[in-house]
Design a protein around this ligand. Structure first.
Ligand code: MRU
Length: 362
């Protein structure tokens, strides 16, 4: 399985997604500030993967924090990660988990505090893979036995700790014998679909066809799309879902052509504090992502550019929200709240190894 983020020998290791599909380069980070920079610069991206990386980055930062300034250092490190990317709520969810662990470890020796933080980060990592498998199992029955599924951006192994959310549903459908093939929107401007979704599906031998974003309407109209599955960066309490820019356009097209539009995300992507999509902050990314393609300027110099990285799909365009705790359907305010309260099916705590002994071994 593709592992975009890992903890190895006391360091955070990230697959540099900016270089895919041409080069597969793994970078080793021993400084938490560089991990935060890597999130901002899209070395690692995708809501769950950002959360996992931030958790590991916090644990890493605390390895060198001075004993007498532990509280202040922890707060500073968390703030640094919280300032990296604003839309994916999994980032803030992971930081809050690390904060709860830190609070629970109060009064313990420095070595134990560090170990507890590391174990929490590793648990977030392991749980994400298990959650994606659970989500895949819930979502697979919704896909047709045979047909074409459109996806936008990359909500695959690369966007998570592994296996993926939207692509997790597709993987699970294929594993269950369904003959689904994938249509991947290229996803301008960062090309997550063309570069990343196509790369990981090809690696897994799942048939994939790349289209430019503006081809989707034509393919819907000619009856070539049977279902849509996308990921999400933040789902509001009413079911409005923020995902990569262009997702809303796909949802409108799907509704127009009577094609079911599914959102697949772990419950950590649901933000009960955002009542509707209007409360979700939309990240504005650097103009250069639009003005340049593979390093080449493609717009007139100095032209004004907009680069909102996400849009919000209103809940009434979503046929179902597939999570690791089951499938939510409208009315979402009720069904999502119920899922948030539900206990995960598998044992919730993926064995927490808190002994200081193991810390020294890592
Ligand atoms: O800007 P990105 O590449 O981090 O955006 C990623 C997406 O929008 C994904 O579709 C979303 O995070 C779901 S990932 C499982």
């Amino acid at each position: 399985m593709i592992r975009p983020v890992e903890w190895r020998n006391g360091a955070v290791v990230l697959l540099d997604q900016r270089l895919l599909p041409v080069q597969e380069v793994y970078r080793v980070y021993r400084d938490h500030r560089e991990v935060a920079r890597a999130i901002k610069d899209m070395v690692v991206r995708g809501a769950p993967a950002i959360g996992v990386t931030a958790a590991m980055g916090i644990a890493l930062g605390m390895m060198t924090a001075r004993p007498r300034e532990l509280d202040r250092s922890f707060e500073r490190i968390c703030k640094r990660f919280a300032a990296t990317r604003p839309t994916a709520v999994n980032l803030f969810w992971a930081i809050e988990r690390m904060q709860r662990s830190f609070a629970a470890a109060r009064g313990r020796s420095l070595e134990v505090v560090r170990e507890i933080l590391l174990q929490e980060a590793l648990a977030i990592h392991e749980e994400d893979i298990a959650n994606n498998r659970a989500l895949g199992a819930y979502g697979a029955p919704l896909l047709p036995k045979r047909g074409t599924v459109l996806t936008h951006c990359n909500a695959g192994a690369l966007a998570t700790a592994g296996y993926g959310t939207a692509l997790g549903v597709i993987r699970a459908a294929r594993e269950s014998g369904k003959l689904v093939t994938v249509l991947a929107d290229e996803t301008r401007p960062f090309l997550q679909g063309a570069r990343l979704t196509a790369w990981e599906l090809k690696k897994d031998k799942i048939p994939v066809t790349v289209i430019t974003d503006n081809m989707a309407g034509h393919l819907f109209k000619s009856g070539n799309i049977d279902a849509v599955v996308v990921g999400a960066d933040r789902i509001a309490a009413n079911g409005d879902a923020a995902n990569k820019i262009g997702t809303y356009t796909v949802a409108v097209l799907a509704a127009r052509h009577g094609v079911p539009f599914y959102v697949a995300a772990p419950v950590s992507t649901i933000d009960p504090d955002s009542k509707s999509g209007d409360d979700i902050p939309i990240e504005e990314r650097p103009a250069r992502e639009v003005t340049h393609l593979a390093g080449e300027q493609i717009t007139p110099r100095g032209v004004r550019v907009a680069n909102p990285a996400f849009d919000v799909t209103p809940h009434d365009l979503i046929a179902a929200i597939i999570t690791d705790r089951g499938v939510a359907r409208a009315p979402y305010t009720k069904s999502l709240a119920k899922l948030l309260k539900a206990t995960p099916r598998r044992s919730s705590t993926i064995a927490k190894r808190t002994s200081a002994k193991k810390a020294t071994r890592r």
